[in-house]
Design a binder for this molecule. Sequence first.
Ligand SMILES: [Ca+2]
Ligand SMILES: [Ca+2]
Ligand SMILES: [Ca+2]
Length: 436
Amino acid sequence: MCQSTVFVCAILAALFAVAASNNCKTLQIQANGALTNGTYTIQNSDGQSYKIYCQFYDGYGYTFLSTSTNVNVDMSSLYDDTSHVIIRHKRSSGVQYTSTMAQLGTFSSNPVSVQYSGHSGYQGPNNTAMAPYIFVGFIPQSLNRKDDLQGWKVNGEDLTFNNCDGNPNSYIAFFFNPSGQNYTDYVGGHNKLMYQWYDGASAVAQSEYLLDEFFANYHEVHQGGCGGYSRGSNVPTGGAVGMKFTLECAVPAEVAGAQMTYQGTYIGHTSTYSCVSGYQHTDGDLSRTCSGSGAWSGSTPVCGNINECASNPCQNGGQCTDYLNSYTCACASGYQGTVCETNINECQPNPCQNGAQCTDQIYDYTCACVAGYAGKNCEINIDECASNPCQNGGKCTDGINDLNCACVAGYEGKHCEITLCSWPFGLANTEVVGWA
Ligand SMILES: [Ca+2]
Ligand SMILES: [Ca+2]
Ligand SMILES: [Ca+2]
C-alpha cells in the first residue's frame, strides 16, 4: 500500500499505528503472523472493550462478534471483504456448522453489508427490541423491485424467488437479546431459500469452534415479498456471523545499514533489502515475501558494518580503528603515515653535536662521536685529565681528544714523565769542576 513516496508512507504508518489493535487483521500484523484462532479483546474508538473471535486461514480470515458486546462497534473495521459472510450455527449435538452467504450472481457487484444494530440502506428487521443485533443485508432497498428475481447465493448455489409485491426485505439477522426477552418462533415456510444456510451447512473442525458467547439464540430471516420470513429459535442453539477480512503484512521494517524497497503489504508482495556502502549482509534474508499468515518470510536481514581493519592494514604495530567505509591507524612510537608505513627519521634535524655521525633507529637515533667526545648527542668533551695523566706534579689542561701537561721544573715529556738530567748540588759541583 506504500510505494509512491516516503511522505505518503509516513502518513499511512501513522494512521496505521492509531488503529493498530482494532481488528483481527491488525492483531495478526502486530503478531507477525503468529496469532492463532481465538477470542481477543479489542477497543472501540471510545476506548470501550469488546470481544471478537478471529478465525485465520491462508491469506484471509473471519471475525465474529461476541454477543456480550454492548458498546458501539465500527463494523467496517472488522471486515474488508464484502463478497460474502459465513453463518455459523451450533446444533444441540454440540457440533458447529458453517455456510457461506453471498449475493446472487446478478447482484454480485454489490457488497454484502454487515451492520451492528443498524440496517442503513436496507429494510430493517422486526425484532429490534432484542438489540444489539448483527444485520446482514444483501439486496439494498434501492435495487429492490417488484417482480424482480431476487434471493441470495448459499454455499455457491443461487436461491431465487420472484418479489411479488416489491417489499424490499433481503437480510438475515442475529439478535443478542441481552435482557432475555421472551419470543415466539414463527416459520413462514421451511423452504430452501430460507433454510439452506442451515440445512446445507457443513460441520467445521473442532479447532475452529466458537465459544457459546458468540452464538445469538434468536434470529430473523426475511426475503421479499413472497420469499419468506421466519424468526425465533429455529436454529436450536444459536447462530453467528463471520465477517471476512484479508490478511496483510506489516510495513516491512527498516534495517540499519540497508536500503529497503517493497511492492506493498499484500500477500505475495516482496520486500527487498540491499546493504549500503560500508555494510555487508551477515544474516537473515535480503528478499522476503508476505506469506498467507500475514508474516514476512524468512528473517530480518542484518547488514553489518564492514570491518576495514580485518586485513590488518596498519603496519609496524599500529592500532587500527574501524569506521564506516574507512579506518584509522594509531601508529606506534617512531612511525607515521596513513598506515604507519614511515619510520620517522629522528636524525632530522640532526641531534648529534660536535661533528658526530647520526644513524636513524626506531623511535631513536645513535650518534657516532668523533674522538674526544661522548654522550648521547656527543655533547660531552671527554676530560682527558680525569685520569691524572700528568706525572710529577704536572698541571693538566684538557683539550679535544688531547691534553696538555704543564710540567714543573726538571720534567718534561707529554706527561712530564721525563726527568731532566741534573746533579745533586754537592756532587754536581764537584763533577762539573772535575770535568772543567
Ligand atoms: Ca567499517
Ligand atoms: Ca627512526
Ligand atoms: Ca677533552
